[in-house]
Design a protein around this ligand. Structure first.
Ligand code: GCW
Length: 706
């Protein structure tokens, strides 16, 4: 009897223990993005390919609630909701999704499903109103017509130009749906280093097919234009924006585009930058060029995103050039032109101050451009959650209109009469089965859309939403992984370019360190940016002794940056040339601070592996293994960065690496050889296949077996 009872207790215990164990999720390749945990409750394909039918079918297929969902385009328009906003009205037994337009209701439907998926549905009666901050929430694809993607690390372009217009990949619709689900409503589908052929009739017919697929999802097509198109494809001998034949060429081309794509968004333009043609080729200004294109678009409601990313090798300080060129043009651009400004004054570095231009052109429609693809932050090999980087920029105060005139407020148009507003992000998407090349950096696509809709959302909230929809809602998973994501941008700054260091990566590939590199162009040379020597390191941008870039900021930013004592330490070497033995706020010398910051960066990167291993039960095996492999690589790359930068700087500082930091595993000479093996994205691999990715070997002190 006793034996039997003991047996019963033991088996009950056994059952209790095994049922507590989480069930391992089924393998997935990650193609279903943040829809992963959305369970189908019914099969209900849309009756027709319209926004209304899609909205209804998303609810029919995925709404699990007992309350009936009613989707309603308001007869009586509500001005507060604008074109894209929506209201979710929760009452007893019913949820109404209301908007002024069909697309507004589709956003509402995705908003409702997001609340369902993130366990955030209100318990009782409640009205939730959502209105996007920016009118255009745009993607920029740097996709070439030959299928390669400039600075793309997730395979080839999504657009199969050879097969279009006849053959249509199902991926195009999946892409549009994913964008709509986070509110992205505009996409420039070709590289800003533009091939004029995209504007030929043959290509436009292909583009039209994409536009037709994107339309019900509210996604407008933009094209990057080559400013020399009148010469390349128009049979003209000039592309001078003031030449009447050129003006006519753009009018005709624009008319042709709208005849095929009536809701065409407009043009994205990179002009007189990095070898691209532009109005300055003809002695004209950016305003002359932008306005000419804008005039062609205006009758159809199209807009121009004209980029401010300009610099030339002659200037003393590249960081000042966008402002130098564009501030004098303030007030000269047409109403349907937006000047697209990168977040920082140089180029998407792991940390930059804001571009001063945001605070200097009160009479210009300014928009922010961020980079979602990780050109300088480890490509799709490193897990870096970028929202904190973007948010840092949006939240920075320009002080242009007094306190509170943040980059977000400026670009949202709060201080302009013209309510046109936009934001853009250079995508990290390719034809890789998981879209982004790394499961975890899909979060950057998601976060970009959420931020473009609502710049006030915190990084933490967005990460939380994404993890619940994409992986698991279990707090034992969410907490550690979210912490890791939230810290990841800072960790990458620490192991790549801390304390305001910038542009010290290996040239061409922009992957891995290259602080010793010189270039035939000084403004592409790491030596130019860190200026390390026996006297110290850093770029002096003060008015007192340097380039004077601090003066491009409004007060009190200008003096804060100018004065070494008030300059934030995370931007110290951006604005100041600092002696190696300079005392930092924590009492350490600059040299020691550098060594310890890198050390923390590499330890944190290695810790990711441990954190990930702990959450293994909550992740399907396929994604678990893929991410783990990448995290190991990332930790090793972090060590490579540290060794290269510190050993190189040590040749000037002549100071020892503190004993409690890991010793380097390679000599400087060895690491300089690694540079030989770099390759440039977009460079056909066949040309030099033998050099494709040969990186230094590393042993992780905490994980010697990996
Ligand atoms: O970041 C740099 C890149 C170029 C890019 C350029 C730009 C599309 O290295 O590859 O070209 O910026 O933003 O135009």
């Amino acid at each position: 009897m006793k034996v039997l009872r003991t047996f019963a207790i033991i088996s009950a215990l056994f059952l209790a223990v095994t049922s507590c164990k989480v069930e391992k999720p089924a393998d997935t390749d990650g193609h279903d993005l943040w829809f992963h945990n959305l369970e189908k409750v019914a099969d209900a394909a849309p009756a027709e390919y319209t926004t209304e039918a899609i909205a209804q079918s998303e609810i029919d297929q995925y709404w699990k609630g007992k309350a009936a969902v009613e989707i309603k385009v308001l007869d009586q328009k509500d001005e507060a909701l604008g074109r894209d906003g929506y209201r979710l009205v929760f009452s007893k037994g019913k949820v109404a999704v209301e908007a002024n337009t069909a697309i507004g209701t589709l956003y509402g439907v995705y908003g409702l499903l997001r609340l369902q998926q993130t366990d955030a549905l209100p318990k009782g009666a409640k009205t939730i109103t959502e209105v996007p901050a920016f009118e255009y929430r745009a993607f920029n694809h740097w996709d070439n017509l030959n299928g390669s993607v400039e600075r793309g690390y997730a395979g080839q372009s999504l657009w199969n130009w050879a097969e279009l217009p006849d053959k249509v990949s199902p991926v195009y619709q999946e892409y549009a749906r994913a964008n709509a689900s986070v509110g992205i409503n505009a996409t420039a589908i070709n590289n800003v280093n533009a091939n004029a052929d995209i504007l030929t009739t043959d290509y436009l017919k292909k583009v039209k097919v994409l536009a037709d697929i994107f339309r019900p999802y509210g996604l407008k097509i933009f094209l990057s234009l080559n400013f020399a198109a009148p010469k390349h494809i128009g049979g003209l001998d000039t592309s001078d924006p003031l030449d009447p034949r050129v003006v006519q060429f753009w009018k005709d081309k624009t008319a042709e585009i709208y005849s095929l794509i009536p809701d065409f968004g407009g043009f994205l333009v990179k002009a007189n930058s990095e070898g691209q043609s532009g109005p300055q080729d003809y002695g004209r200004t950016h305003a002359d060029g932008a306005n000419m294109v804008a005039d062609a678009l205006a009758p159809y409601g199209g807009v121009v995103f004209w980029r401010a990313f300009v610099y030339d090798a002659q200037a003393e300080d590249r960081a000042m050039q966008a402002s130098d060129e564009f501030v004098p043009l303030d007030g000269q651009f047409r109403d349907n032109v937006l000047i697209q400004v990168k977040n920082g004054p140089i180029d998407f570095q792991p940390r930059e101050p804001i571009s001063p231009l945001f605070g200097q052109a009160p009479n210009t429609n300014l928009m922010l451009e961020v980079q979602i693809t990780q050109e300088y932050l480890g490509h799709s090999k490193h897990m870096v959650y970028l929202h904190p980087l973007w948010k840092e920029c949006l939240d920075t105060d320009t002080y242009e209109f007094g306190e509170g005139s943040t980059v977000a407020a400026i670009t949202e148009g709060k201080y302009r009469n013209n309510k046109l507003s936009a934001i853009s992000g250079v995508t990290n998407i390719g034809n890789d089965v998981n879209w982004c090349g790394h499961q975890m950096i899909q979060i950057n696509w998601y976060a970009y859309g959420r931020m473009a809709w609502n710049p006030d959302l915190s990084s933490d909230q967005i990460a939380d939403e994404w993890l619940r929809q994409t992986f698991s809602s279990d707090p034992k998973f969410i907490k550690p992984v979210k912490d890791m994501l939230d810290r990841s941008r800072e960790v990458t700054v620490s192991y790549e370019m801390p304390l305001g260091l910038h542009h010290i990566m290996a040239s061409n590939a922009h992957f891995g360190p290259g602080p010793w590199e010189d270039s035939y162009r000084k403004d592409w040379s790491p030596l130019f940016y860190h200026k390390a020597g026996p006297d110290g390191v850093g770029f002096d941008r003060t008015v007192a002794t340097g380039s004077g870039a601090t003066a491009q900021y409004n007060e009190p930013l200008a003096s804060t940056y100018e004065n070494i004592d008030t300059c934030p330490e995370n931007l110290l070497l951006w604005f100041h040339h600092v002696p190696w033995d300079y005392k930092m706020k924590d009492g350490k010398t600059l040299w020691d601070e550098l060594c310890y910051t890198y050390q923390h960066g590499i330890e944190d990167a290695a810790d990711y592996i441990k954190i990930w291993e702990k959450v293994e039960p909550y992740v399907d095996n396929q994604r678990y293994q893929e991410v783990r492999t990448k995290l190991i690589r990332q930790a090793k790359d972090a060590m490579w960065w540290r060794d290269a930068v510190i050993l190189y700087f040590q040749t000037f500082s002549n100071m020892p690496i503190p004993d409690d930091c890991y010793p380097p595993q390679h000599t400087l000479d060895e690491l300089k050889q690694v540079g030989v093996f770099r390759w440039t994205p977009g460079m056909p691999r066949v040309r030099r296949p033998e050099i494709y990715e040969v990186l230094p070997e590393y042993t992780l002190p905490k994980y010697p077996d990996l």
